[in-house]
Ligand binder design. Sequence first.
Ligand SMILES: C[S@@+](CC[C@H](N)C(=O)[O-])C[C@H]1O[C@@H](n2cnc3c(N)ncnc32)[C@H](O)[C@@H]1O
Length: 322
Amino acid sequence: MATIPTLPLTRPSTAESKSTMTGTDAQPGSSVAYPVIDELPDRLNEQHHITTATLGFLLHPHIPPPPPPGTPYKIADIGTGTGIFLLSLAPTLPPSTHLIGFDITPSSFPPLASHPPNITFTTHDMLTPFPPSHLSTFDVVTARFLSSATPRAAWEQTIRNLVTLLKPGGWLQWIDSCNFQVYCAVPGTSRAACREVYKELEPFRAEGAVVGLMMRDAGADASGGREEVWRGCGLVEVHEDVFSTDRLVGDQGGEWAGLREKGTRNVMECFLGCLEGLVGVEGSGWTRERWEGVKAKVEDEVRAGVYHTLDQVCLVGRKPVD
Ligand SMILES: C[S@@+](CC[C@H](N)C(=O)[O-])C[C@H]1O[C@@H](n2cnc3c(N)ncnc32)[C@H](O)[C@@H]1O
């Protein structure tokens, strides 16, 4: 089964995806074959809490606060996964807000009874036009950790598609990650296995530059022109913030003690899951034995103090009123 683990923190998921993507299917805009990998809901939820701690917000402060209760207000989350973003956002908004989570597959959606009635979940492929009933109806559209679903050539197409959901004056927010690095906290510690895992994902990145990790290939400017892509899609007041995952997470203890190790385990679990999708794939070089050996070494390294950093990128932009 082929597919792509392009970005850390962004693995394609689900049984449904598995049934619709074949071994050589490539995402639109890319000729890369993508290993299809199941996303783990617990990992996604943990990733959400770590990311929110790093950014310090769910909705970027440039996005105006919601209108008074009772005024129609709609938020869409694209590639919503477990819906954890909307589930965390809902209590901060008037109950009259309607929140809709879209995903290509319902496999990670929370059970109906477990979420407030003003949150709904529905399936949709973000690369295809949305139903007319949704067009120009949303005040805010958010997307997070979808880079593996969006090779660079498809990213602009995706942004244009998401803009169709926005009301005039509505805001788009996209959060993703790039610039993975591995560090030692203790002298003499090996980083070899963690680096091997990261390096082994490289062939999947080369061809399909995407918004997060892959954008680093776009040139010396770390932003890789993301803001320009958004302006080219007609958005205004475009702004990008980049936060390092080590912003709050040191080894000094306190509120964030343990978060760095947790975050490293989370991202390595994601990477290893991507590589696991290659086990047995002809020509990949990955056998079950090799994968298990590397996984055990990663565990040893993280336990010994090896940790990662990532840049968390948040882009916001507004659809013009006219
Ligand atoms: C790494 S998860 C991120 C989930 C969620 N945004 C979060 O931050 O917790 C990526 C999600 O994107 C979804 N996805 C992948 N391709 C998609 C597409 N073309 N359209 C909509 N959703 C997609 C996957 O099913 C998965 O739930």
